[in-house]
Design a protein around this ligand. Sequence first.
Ligand code: CTP
Length: 406
Amino acid sequence: MLTGKNILLGICGGIAAYKTPHLVRLLKKSGANVQVVATKSALKFVSELSLATVSRAPVLGDMFSEDSPGEGDRTLHITLGEWADAFVIAPATANTIARLSAGLCDDMLSVCFITLRPEKPVLVVPAMDGYMYESPSVRRNLSVLATQGCSILEPESGDLASGQCGLGRMPEPETIVETLADMLEPAPESLLKGKKVLITAGPTREKIDDVRFLSNYSSGKMGFAIAAAAARRGAIVRLVTGPVSLNTPAGVERIDVESAMEMMEASRRFFDDCDLFIGAAAVADYRPEQPVEGKLKKSGAAMDIRLVRNPDILAEFSAGRKQGQISVGFALETAGGIGYAREKLENKKLDLVAFNVYDRSTSGFEVDTNVLTLLDRAGNVSELPLLSKDAAAGRLLDAIEPLLYR
Ligand code: CTP
């Protein structure tokens, strides 16, 4: 499964480290070359001699020790980042997860993490006591690593060294090797390759006066995740976005706008030429009819601001499409509401609608995760689990791809 692949295996000081000689053996059996990088505490749980024997290479650890194997090569930490096809950190302890998420470089493992080439996959396999795993700091640090592109293999439930029974056990080495093999398998050629994709993202701002506006809490993360995923699949992506504080994904053409009217105009310029339109923006449905020039002054009386309807970008484009574009929308509802999503599919003449229920901590605006239900015109309903927005974007594109070739 891993023939000829160079695998850097980072081992940290947790009880699950005792399973790592078996993990090394499985990696070798799959055809991989393995270089072990262990933290100091890892070698209190598993012997250096065992690891060196099964990997058939000296174990690397302390960057400065004269006895450290490889000490003759002072640039080894850099060349390893180039050599590795993937970096697996198993078990990853709370301490190492914190160090990596903070960008510290105080041992060989953390330096290798920093010097690894950005396109190389990293698999982090946390293993620790259940309470530690659920602690806000570990959750936060793992989400930092996930947003940097690391894949996190969640621990399993079962008996823990602490005597507790719960979440925190390292998955078996067989599972780790299978996950890694999946990550390294070249993706099949995507049907999106060469397709022109137009995506709206983020909130819009509707001016009240020169210093105030009406808007919403959209962070743009979902639209940006879709744009990044489509670009990775070889699509030509244009992203029309309201004001957000996100970096432009690699290979994506970004067009910044502020109001719904500007978003409409910018999108119109590219719509005729696109194969797929995805409306992921939280477009304000209304705007102040007459924005005030300068700064509106307060008075003792109540204030009325008359609002007028903004165009529904998605609905107008879907209804008016001439070149057979595929059109996909989102339906965010605060309660129940799958019926509303079906209505949107019909009324806005969409090919697919992604329905999500607003939940402050897991789904909707600002958070990094989403729970989507995908509904298409043929009546197919696909309920996705709680996923990172990146993973949800991938699953959404998986559902859209066959529609492009109906
Ligand atoms: N949308 C759009 N232009 C608008 C409003 C919405 O393009 N003026 C798109 C959004 O990008 C999203 C979909 O329409 O893909 C659904 O938006 P939603 O928030 O459900 O708003 P509405 O359709 O206006 O429905 P509601 O009556 O619930 O506000």
